[in-house]
Design a protein around this ligand. Sequence first.
Ligand code: F0G
Length: 482
Amino acid sequence: MQEIKFYSGEDLPLELHKARIVQKLHLVPIERRLEALYEGGFNTFQLSTKDVFLDMLTDSGTNAMSDNQLAAMMQADDAYAGSQSFVRLQKAVEDVLGKKHLLPVHQGRAAENIISVAYVRKGSLVPMNYHFTTAMAHITDKGGQIVELLYDEAYVINSDHPFKGNMNIEKLEEVIVQKGAKNIPFIRMEASTNLIGGQPFSIQNLRDVRAVANKHGIRLVLDCSLIGENAYLVLQREEEFIGSDMGTVIRTMTDLADLCYFSARKLSSSRGGGICTNSMEIFRELEALVPLYEGFLTYGGMSIREIEAMAVGLYETLDETVISQSPSFIKYLVEELHKKQIPVIRPAGVLGVHLDAMQICAHIPQKQYPAGSLAAALYLISGIRGMERGSISNQRDEYGNETYADMELLRLAVPRRVFTLSQIKYVEDRLTWLYDNRHLIGGLKFNYEPPVLRFFMGKLEPTGDWPQKLMAKFKEDFGDSL
Ligand code: F0G
């Protein structure tokens, strides 16, 4: 993609789209935001959008859809079986991901459920570059375990390593030898590794993983939910592919996997999900589970309109101007925060900006959830809703003990083509104020903790009256400004 330079010399990301449908936002007063936090148990998942100004919870199902996607939804061929919309989706999957056989599912975690039901048994071990919450929950739910095999550099917050999502090949070999290939149903690689800050793997690394998988006869499963962004960063950062194109890079990745799955809520800016493969054997192993858990094989629990939007969205993944918008906004915000010495994951990844709560809230012990506290504090002082990606998002071990996260992150998602640059500058401004007043942020404790995926439904409370003190300081500095 060609660079667009400013005469002023400023390095600004430029929107290559125009807004034609817009939604009004509301920035409610800080007193209401404080009430909303108490009502929602200091868990940003529990906030109502009527109290949220910039919704940076996730990019899942919140990317802006294109005019062509909306138009395609109008021609949906509604049918329980044999819908032509599904035929269009199959063709898009084959053209973009290079896989002939497609199983539709209602979203990404449904694919994880089906793959885990089919292959994971008690005693199974699934090596992966890093876990995603739902992938891990489905594997452990079926009696399996996971092992994360990143290189140490993945955990370095401020780094210039281009591929922190790479799998540690030596450790992978070791794990397979120790555990025995027969107990390893598949190796899982996640494109743009979400929970370490949306960090990509290189194609060379994926080739190395493939070679190990071949040597031991183990399936390679690729989570393609963020493959467009991983491909975009490969185009920028991997020597061999500089000057190549999105289609070639995506296909080079998917061709290395036996089985691909995805959340279409991310990949194609629609809803839904899918599992695809070129192996008839794998297809047959999974096929019967789709009508059981999802719906008939030509809709898989999705609305047919979404299937049409998904097909168009898949082709749009090949357009660098579509995929680059979010990473370029993220890079802008990351670098601005870094200039102010606010600890943030570098290099800038995809999906969102990831703040290091372990450093920002160094005074809050991990057992009082620094990332959850930072998420609540940011919402209070700005109306910006981020997502805790730290120990609250971890699950307890089989004995009920807390397992502390490797990193305590506050993720501020930047969904595709949703926010403007002045909104991003507002984020920067309020984060700067919060950083300067970070000593006022206190910890959290659970008062309701569900046993599975606790971060969604859990309710917490502050340890003391720090939210009131933070609000008082905000009012002192901002007067009657929202
Ligand atoms: N894999 C990855 C890499 C994901 O990021 C997600 C979802 C899933 C699988 C599950 O897909 O939500 O459609 O069931 N990530 C969202 C997020 C929830 O906010 O990062 P799903």
